[in-house]
Design a protein around this ligand. Structure first.
Ligand SMILES: [Ca+2]
Ligand SMILES: [Ca+2]
Length: 264
């Protein structure tokens, strides 16, 4: 065997080793919900469940529990989420017992409807813990077929849902106590066709004294930009859409006599 024959074999082995690290995408989505729109995204619709009484056992405070809670209760407010990065910018967490929900949302806080006043993200009162849950809904823009490495960092729990399928979950290692952390490794998601794909991010903060959420890409969790996130595939001012959602939420809340606001 000559040296010239060995080199291609070594190169092939190296190639195979490299491929094994990115073998088959964890998830593949073939058909977008909508074709590529002619306008850039304006972000997602954010919904807030405030002052949520948490289960007494830390281990019961999970994203699964939070999603069940959100499914069974009316959100207290909606807002326009420019990107899922709170606190905004390079910092990952805030002190939740002193930070209001509006402050937590940074520049997006002004769009809260209703404003939620001085309601804080989380607090302990008389041995009880109250936290916050949020859901971000809309569409993710895929400009060309290919794979995306999604990541998500959270304190406390969060997950990523694409077209109804959970593709990643950031699990609190000890229930509600979860120092901010990204995924151990980002999840590779293949999109076979350009277009808009339905996206939902769920998050909750169930234990003081820190809170944070960041939906990004790659190992460094670079935040997914606003232009790739859509409230709606229809070109409509986002603020109007959120206002419509806000009025709907208020109507539902008033029809139930705001009972839950008083009970929480
Ligand atoms: Ca941040
Ligand atoms: Ca927390």
């Amino acid at each position: 065997m000559t040296k010239s024959m060995l080199l291609p074999a070594a190169a092939t082995a190296a190639l195979l080793a490299g491929m094994s690290a990115h073998a088959v995408p964890a998830y593949t989505f073939s058909t977008p919900d909508f074709a590529l729109p002619a306008f850039s995204g304006t972000g997602l619709v954010g919904s807030v469940w405030a002052d949520v009484l948490m289960p007494s056992a830390l281990g019961d405070r999970t994203i699964t529990w939070a999603k069940t809670y959100m499914a069974g209760n009316t959100p207290n407010a909606v807002f326009a989420s420019s990107s899922v990065d709170y606190p905004q910018g390079s910092s990952n967490v805030v002190l939740d017992q002193t930070t209001t929900i509006a402050d937590f949302l940074g520049t997006d806080g002004a769009s809260l409807s209703p404003p939620l006043g001085m309601t804080v993200l989380a607090r302990r009162v008389d041995g009880l813990t109250y936290g916050t849950a949020m859901r971000f809904t809309g569409y993710y823009r895929v400009d060309a077929p290919g794979a995306v490495l999604f990541n998500i960092g959270s304190d406390d729990g969060a997950d990523i849902i694409i077209q109804g399928t959970q593709v990643a979950v950031n699990v609190p290692p000890a229930g509600g106590i979860n120092p901010f952390a990204t995924l151990p490794s980002p999840v590779e998601v293949q999109f076979d066709t350009a277009g808009l794909y339905a996206l939902t991010i769920n998050w909750f903060d169930g234990e003081p004294t820190q809170a944070g959420i960041a939906f990004g890409t790659g190992a460094d969790n670079a935040v997914i930009p606003q232009a790739l996130l859509y409230q709606t595939p229809i070109p409509e001012p986002g603020s109007l859409l959120v206002l419509a959602f806000g009025m709907l939420a208020l109507l539902v809340a008033s029809s139930t006599g705001m009972r839950h606001r008083l009970d929480w």
